[in-house]
Design a protein around this ligand. Structure first.
Ligand SMILES: Cc1cc2nc3c(=O)[nH]c(=O)nc-3n(C[C@H](O)[C@H](O)[C@H](O)COP(=O)(O)O)c2cc1C
Length: 211
């Protein structure tokens, strides 16, 4: 069972040390995450895990692509508009980032893919519905919580999937799967960028209760 403390204490780390995650630990994290609920137990996710030299090659290719100004794209297209409520939360996040004394290094660590020693790429079927995305999100969050339980930090990041070619060059990902999201995993260094911690809206901004 996931303890409440893992939920409330987890936050994204964006600069990892070179320390590798033991394969046993990765296996345990990914096995536990498979307990995620899904539509009729469809378990619509697949995971491709880059570690060691593979993760290093992907990080280097990514840094080169960013440096060369290679145009990025993603296999799952983000929305043109987010809707009023999420858009206002994003605006708050951007303002927080600008004002936070630890926020200025976020961009450069994105460019280095956070030096993540392990990167989990989550795919879904190419024509997947929003319900499969919901299920895959539960799986991804399960990975983050199962990692936190084992002292491993994580970052789910769009940045990780912006150059799908660098990922497909390393794995045999079938054409009928789309790379939905990447999660960087590792051990955080004690650095300012890892002290960027976000808040959340209050319960009454989110939920209505009625009896
Ligand atoms: C789908 C998704 C995409 C994200 N993409 C990025 C990204 O590209 N770069 C980044 O630094 N953080 C990224 N994040 C991390 C969010 O900014 C972070 O989860 C959010 O601000 C809440 O902070 P916390 O994870 O520290 O609680 C992403 C998170 C999600 C769920």
């Amino acid at each position: 069972m996931v303890e409440a403390s893992f939920i409330s204490e987890r936050h994204s780390a964006r600069q990892f040390s070179d320390r590798q995650i033991d394969r046993d630990v990765l296996n345990a994290i990914l096995t536990e995450a498979q307990q995620a609920p899904s539509w009729e137990n469809s378990q619509p996710w697949k995971a491709y895990v880059a570690m060691g030299a593979t993760a290093a090659r992907i990080r280097a290719a990514h840094e080169r692509a960013r440096k060369d100004g290679t145009k990025s794209w993603t296999e799952v297209v983000p929305p043109q508009s987010w809707g009023k409520y999420p858009a206002s939360n994003i605006a708050d996040w951007q303002q927080h980032l600008q004002q936070d004394p630890h926020g200025d290094q976020l961009g450069s660590w994105n460019g280095k893919l956070f030096n993540a020693p392990a990167i989990v790429y989550i795919t879904v079927a190419k024509d997947a519905s929003n319900y499969s995305a919901y299920d895959a999100g539960a799986y991804g969050y399960g990975i983050l919580l199962a990692a936190a339980e084992r002292g491993v930090s994580g970052i789910p990041a769009f940045e990780l999937v912006r150059y799908p070619k660098e990922i497909r060059a390393e794995f045999e990902i079938p054409d009928d799967e789309s790379i939905l999201m990447g999660i960087g995993l590792g051990y955080p260094v004690d650095a300012p960028v890892n002290k960027f911690v976000t808040g959340r809206n209050t319960l009454d901004q989110v939920a209505q209760f009625k009896d």
